[in-house]
Design a protein around this ligand. Structure first.
Ligand code: ADE
Length: 236
């Protein structure tokens, strides 16, 4: 069984995923730390128009994505990691809210398949069917309480949140411990303290003296206080 983390996304807009070749995620792929596959849902259609949607049973506005191409695409993608449990992530504003804790939990999954729905979403029987399969786990995830045009951007967000947590992806893993949302999830409350770098003075604004003092105890105390103030003043 491979120890790699594999990520596959199924979409009608494969071009959305070009940024995965940049920066941390691009490097993680080149270094062989992760594998990412992007799959065009339309390649699973049989009619000349490449139809992937149809009108909703029961009526109503909009279109619903048909189960048939989704089933074929998911079955095919599952074969890319045949020995793993496949975590099928269906992107929808109705799903479980993405948090740092959820991203951390998903780092444990060796094979993530992202189903990027468009229109009014995917026929629910796709989720219902794979939920009954013993080598699948199905989760619906939302990246926030707003409605996007489809699951592609949400998939990019979730992939990035997970991948940067994987061993070897970030050069200095200590930076993971200190950042905002690690503090939120581990301490239950705090966002990150404010950061400064050179120069000491910029446009009349100075770096706080304590940060120049070299006194690590005082610096830690100041940072904690600032984190508490920021957390309290953060708009909800
Ligand atoms: N698809 C449309 N809106 C979404 C959201 N907020 N999160 C995840 N997938 C979505």
């Amino acid at each position: 069984m491979s120890n790699l983390n594999r990520f596959d996304a199924i979409t009608i807009f494969p071009e959305y995923f070009a940024p995965l070749n940049l920066s941390l995620i691009g490097k993680a792929q080149s270094a062989g730390l992760i594998e990412i596959g992007i799959h065009d849902l339309r390649s699973q259609t049989t009619d000349v128009h490449g139809s992937v949607d149809d009108t909703p049973y029961g009526g109503g506005a909009g279109m619903v994505m048909s189960p048939e191409p989704w089933g074929k695409a998911i079955d095919e993608v599952a074969e890319l990691a045949p020995d793993e449990i496949h975590e099928l992530i269906v992107l929808t504003p109705a799903g479980q809210k993405l948090t740092q804790a959820l991203a951390q939990e998903l780092t444990q999954s060796k094979h993530l398949i992202f189903a990027c729905g468009r229109y009014e979403g995917i026929d629910v029987r796709v989720s219902d069917f794979y939920a009954t399969q013993k080598n699948f786990k199905v989760r619906e995830i939302s990246i926030g309480d707003y409605v996007l045009g489809g699951g592609e951007v949400a998939t990019l967000v979730i992939m990035e949140a997970i991948i940067r947590l994987l061993p070897g992806v970030i050069g200095n893993p200590a930076s993971l411990d200190e950042e905002s949302h690690t503090l939120i999830s581990q301490d239950g409350a705090l966002v990150e303290y404010p950061n400064y770098t050179k120069p000491k003075e910029w446009r009349g604004l100075n770096v706080p003296d304590v940060l120049l003092s070299g006194n690590h105890g005082e610096i830690a105390k100041w940072r904690l206080e600032q984190a508490v103030i920021r957390t309290k003043n953060r708009p909800s």
